[in-house]
Design a protein around this ligand. Structure first.
Ligand code: C2E
Ligand code: MG
Ligand code: MG
Length: 742
């Protein structure tokens, strides 16, 4: 659960990173696109300005051309004037007659502003017209849009002075309909995509293309919306138009289409401006596609990135799930492993701290025996069946896990569980084997409690009642706590003692019962304190065993034994081997054998002068490792004794798989006195079998004459026990060692 939540956190984190990256990517592409758009726009603006300028020139030229044409006509008319010409009216008649054609769009006016049209049919007054006044002053010009006084149509008028003998004698006018003028002066632009307007400085449209005809007369800036940006604004345009400046702007029309426009002043025609507008898609017809392409690429990139992350996260999740399965799933019971409890306990207890919560550590009595007698496969079936049976006894909040072997741990939510005898009631297996259980309870104080420590305390409580067949469950209490504290301080003391090399070997002779000859000795650790107190191994070896200090103890004793052999073995023509006890903890060290040999070399001692005693139970607990170790030891010439034979669930079949040199029959074997006959038969057969397998026998704990007699009966020769000698201090034993007799 804890791993899972960590993983979900990680997953959430990577999704956040993906989202951030996507946002960053989108922001980058949008900026890039804006920049591209700007580049395209500025390119468009440049070309539009250029086009507008050229068009303005064309328009100016066209207007000038029209003016020139009219001036030529005026000059031609002036040729028909005479010095003593009659009055204006006559003059006009004459002029018009001289022209040969009667055109309604051309008329002359005398200096008083009387204009004559057609066949002198009617005259009208143009003296108030601006174009006339300008022409009268000698300025050829084009008028604003006017209403024709005769036709009532909208017209433009080009008016030029008529010179006679260096003086202005009248004016010549030609009228143009707007579309006429537009066709003459405004060049075609960008086919249908471009629009040109001629506007006044206030923005009023003077001339527009045919299709735009309806806008004529309106204000250009009412028909479109100028886009305010860093380069242009409506206020800026208005100011420019008043000051005769040129410029650029962007706008949108009512349909949302964007236009680029440029304005240039048409200099010789009032305050007219040429405004050229072109749709942005007409200037850069592919820009839209480019932008779209950008968006597609962006979308594809985000998609690829998202999918990649999604898959990466999912693969990780599967890996994580597989890892969790391996770590949390117990393949033997099909349930959970203790790791799951370590991971989940803080959360479970934290969610309901009042519980009350207990950690129940239990194991199956004599499981080692079941395993070695019936085989591992059956052992596994038992573990599964026990696990299933226990589950039926648990509540919904309780969690059952297995550490290894037959060691189980339960997280229990229950009041006074120590009073519930059903929890650890025997389990009947499918093969009709009744399995009894022993458990210890520890009350969990807080969610932060170290789970392993809690287990150790619970299992310590369980161990207290291991030998009591009537008890199945024991609560870790203050008394136990005190003994733990004592243990802890003892541990520190021993540590110091090891450092100060206060431990030393005592030697207990191994004797040939027939001759009384010394055939070997066992080194047994003693702790001699600086105060001279001698402490027995029973008081410190178990603590050293559980804390791992025993490894140092063994090596120290080994070293001191080697020293002893070196010191006192030399005077002996035939020194006997000395056996040293080695703990199971050495199995964990891959350099164990190498270290033993290094020490032998250091003291120049032959391997056949030492022997290793390994306790019987070790041979059942770690079969694979022990076979390898024993093979390695015999390969380098070191002998191995199986110590305490008969205390465990001695399986003689074990002896065919692993070759030991000596079998040390435990003293408890000798003491089973109620069925002496049976004991003697078993004893005799063990001795016979060992002899056949070429294994030596040493009987431990030989205390009585009766023990010796039994040995004799069975042709069992070597004894170790108080009957012959107690373990002796080195300074005493060295004499026996030298002598060769007890
Ligand atoms: P063990 O290896 O089985 O040693 C034999 C024990 O039986 C010794 O106890 C010895 O004093 C005792 N003994 C010998 N003869 C008799 C007898 O006739 N009657 C009775 N009642 N007892 C007898 P000790 O020295 O107290 O050692 C106890 C155990 O501590 C040893 O059992 C061994 O397992 C362990 N031990 C001792 N020294 C070391 C050591 O250096 N390293 C390790 N790992 N374990 C050690
Ligand atoms: Mg021993
Ligand atoms: Mg023993």
């Amino acid at each position: 659960m804890a791993l899972n939540s960590k993983f979900l956190q990680k997953k959430g984190f990577s999704l956040l990173i993906t989202a951030l990256f996507d946002v960053l990517l989108i922001a980058c592409v949008v900026l890039l696109m804006q920049h591209t758009q700007k580049l395209l726009n500025s390119d468009a603006s440049l070309s539009l300005t250029e086009i507008t300028k050229q068009n303005r020139e064309v328009i100016v030229n066209h207007i000038n051309l029209e003016l020139s044409k009219q001036q030529l006509s005026a000059r031609a008319l002036a040729n028909h004037l005479t010095d003593n010409r009659s009055d204006a009216f006559e003059m006009n008649i004459a002029l018009m007659a001289l022209l040969g054609t009667m055109r309604n769009d051309i008329f002359v006016a005398s200096l008083d502003g009387t204009a004559y049209v057609g066949n002198n049919e009617h005259s009208f007054d143009i003296s108030g017209r601006r174009y006339f006044r300008l022409a009268k002053l000698g300025k050829s010009n084009i008028s604003d849009k006017l209403i024709d006084q005769t036709s009532g149509e909208e017209v433009f008028v080009i008016s030029v002075p008529i010179y006679f003998q260096g003086k202005i004698a009248g004016t010549l006018q030609k009228t143009y309909r707007p579309e006429q003028l537009y066709a003459i002066v405004v060049p075609p632009l960008f086919a249908t995509k471009g629009r040109s307007y001629i506007v006044t400085h206030s923005g009023k449209i003077v001339l527009a293309s045919l299709e735009q005809k309806n806008v004529t007369g309106t204000n250009l800036f009412d028909t479109l919306t100028v886009l305010d940006d860093e380069t242009s604004s409506l206020a800026q345009i208005r100011q420019d138009l008043h000051e005769g400046k040129s410029g650029l702007f962007r706008s949108v029309d009512s349909s949302g289409r964007t236009y680029f426009s440029a304005y240039e002043q048409i200099k010789n025609a009032h305050d007219w401006y040429l405004v050229t507008s072109i749709a942005s898609d007409a200037i850069a017809p592919h820009s839209g596609e480019i932008i779209l392409l950008f968006y597609i690429i962006l979308f594809a990139l985000c998609l690829i990135f998202g999918v990649t992350i999604y898959y990466a996260v999912n693969i990780k999740q599967r890996e994580q799930e597989e890892l969790e399965r391996q770590v949390f799933h117990d393949p033997v019971t099909g349930g959970l492993t203790f790791n799951k409890m370590i991971a989940d306990l803080p959360k479970i207890v934290g969610a309901n701290p009042d519980g009350p919560w207990y950690l129940l550590a239990f194991d199956i009595d004599r499981f080692r025996y079941i395993n070695s007698s019936y085989g591992f496969e059956y052992g596994n079936i038992i573990l599964r069946e026990v696990s299933q049976a226990i589950l039926t006894r648990l509540g919904p909040k309780d969690v059952l896990t297995r550490l290894w072997g037959d060691y189980f741990a339960i997280l229990l939510c229950k009041k006074n569980p120590e009073k519930d005898s059903s929890l650890m009631a025997p389990v009947k297996s499918s093969h009709d084997v009744t399995l009894t259980l022993t458990g210890g309870l520890y009350k969990i104080q807080s969610p932060e409690e170290n789970v392993r420590d809690a287990y150790d305390k619970a299992s310590l409580a369980g161990n207290q009642i291991k030998k009591d067949i009537h008890a199945t469950l024991k609560l870790y209490d203050e008394e136990l706590n005190q003994s733990l504290i004592k243990n802890e301080s003892m541990k520190l003391r021993i540590q110091k003692a090891i450092e100060n090399r206060e431990l030393l070997p005592f030697f207990q002779p191994k004797v040939d019962i027939n001759s009384g000859k010394l055939v070997g000795a066992e080194a047994l650790a003693r702790w001699r304190t600086p105060e001279g107190e001698l402490i027995s191994p029973a008081d410190f070896i178990p603590i050293c065993e559980s804390s791992g200090l025993v490894v140092e103890v063994d090596m120290l004793i080994y070293e001191k034994v080697l020293y002893f052999i070196k010191e006192y073995g030399g005077s002996n023509a035939n020194p006997v081997p000395i056996s040293i006890n080695f703990s199971r903890r050495h199995l964990e060290n891959p350099h164990f054998v190498k270290n033993l040999l290094l020490k032998l070399d250091e003291f120049h001692i032959s391997a056949n002068l030492v022997e290793l005693e390994l306790t019987e139970s070790l041979f059942y607990d770690n079969q694979k490792d022990i076979i390898t170790l024993v093979n390695n030891l015999s390969n380098v010439g070191l002998k191995v004794s199986m110590d305490d034979f008969g205390t465990g669930y001695s399986s003689l079949s074990m002896l065919k798989d692993v070759h030991v040199d000596v079998l040390k029959i435990d003293q408890s074997f000798l003491q089973q006195s109620d069925q002496l006959n049976k004991r003697d038969i078993i004893f005799t057969s063990i001795v016979e079998m060992a002899k056949k397998l070429n294994i030596d026998i040493v009987v431990e704990g030989v205390e009585t004459e009766e023990n010796v007699a039994l040995m004799r009966n069975c042709h069992c020769d070597v004894a170790q026990g108080f009957y012959f000698s107690r373990p002796l201090a080195p300074e005493i034993f060295r004499k026996i060692y030298a002598r060769g007799y007890v």
